[in-house]
Design a protein around this ligand. Structure first.
Ligand code: SAM
Length: 256
């Protein structure tokens, strides 16, 4: 199947739907977004660059489509996230998703005024980029903490996509995001299990996780309050939450 055909199966063929999907962006016209897209795709020798570019722009909206193509061409770009406008992003880091804004909503209001943040990532480039962004946006909230100090709350958006689902990701994710940031092993729980094991070393409080929609029921059974497994790890599943599409996507854990 051609690249353009694969993309069009994601967005449907109805041009009025496509038009409705295009978002307003003051500094980018559809034509400039498309020109940049075609150049980036040609550079990477992607077949049918114009068709492919149109389809990605339609499926993502022109603003986000244009950002993807900037990243695809190896440049950094800006991305709005929660109340942060024009966060810097670049390959191979994941562009933060709308559901992660919902994860932030779940805990941020309670902590925002007094919080001190320590952020961790296994990828040195992600740490460097986060430090740059933190200096601009969170200057009063970072610095002066180490893991040994412990945390009031732990929040994680780990790689959680089950291996079998990696081939079914939408084109805007699979084409531009690194597998290492996305795939959580066979059932998607590899890193989550690791977090559960280590959680009591890090906090005596709660942990918020963004997860695959197959996970909340699995985690709620695995760590149900009063269960042997919950006692073994010293962690219980307190509640699960849905995202804006009504899918179970967030889990709140508590250290016993
Ligand atoms: C789903 S992405 C989330 C990226 C970003 N923090 C966000 O919320 O949009 C998962 C991130 O976890 C990082 N990661 C993967 N394995 C890790 C590990 N063992 N320890 C720390 N970070 C890890 C990846 O490099 C990637 O940046």
């Amino acid at each position: 199947m051609s690249t353009a055909r694969k993309l069009s199966s994601n967005v449907g063929n109805d041009t009025s739907d496509a038009a409705a999907a295009v978002q307003a962006a003051p500094d980018i016209t559809i034509q400039t977004a498309l020109n940049d897209a075609v150049k980036a795709l040609e550079r990477k020798l992607v077949p049918e660059p114009e068709e492919t570019g149109k389809m990605v722009i339609v499926s993502c909206g022109k603003y986000y489509g244009a950002i993807y193509f900037k990243l695809y061409a190896g440049k950094s770009a800006n991305w709005d996230f929660h109340d942060l406008v024009r966060l810097k992003i670049k390959e191979p880091m994941l562009c933060p998703r709308p559901e992660t804004e919902e994860l932030v909503e779940l805990f941020w209001k309670k902590y925002r005024d007094q919080v001190q943040v320590l952020a961790l990532d296994v990828l040195p480039e992600a740490v460097e980029l986060s430090n740059d962004n933190a200096k601009r946006f969170l200057a009063n909230h970072v610095g002066g903490r180490s893991i040994q100090d412990g945390f009031d709350v732990v929040v994680s958006n780990p790689p959680y996509i089950p291996t079998k689902d990696m081939t079914t990701l939408s084109e805007d994710v699979s084409r531009y995001e690194s597998d290492k940031a996305l795939c959580g092993g066979d059932d998607g729980l590899d890193i989550i299990r690791h977090i559960v094991k280590r959680l009591p070393e890090w906090t005596t409080g709660n942990c918020w996780l963004e997860v695959d929609d197959s996970h909340p029921s699995l985690i709620a059974d695995w760590l149900s309050p009063g269960s042997l497994e919950s006692a073994r790890f010293g962690v219980e599943c307190v509640s699960t939450y849905k995202d804006f599409c009504g899918r179970d996507r967030f889990v709140k854990l508590r250290v016993l």
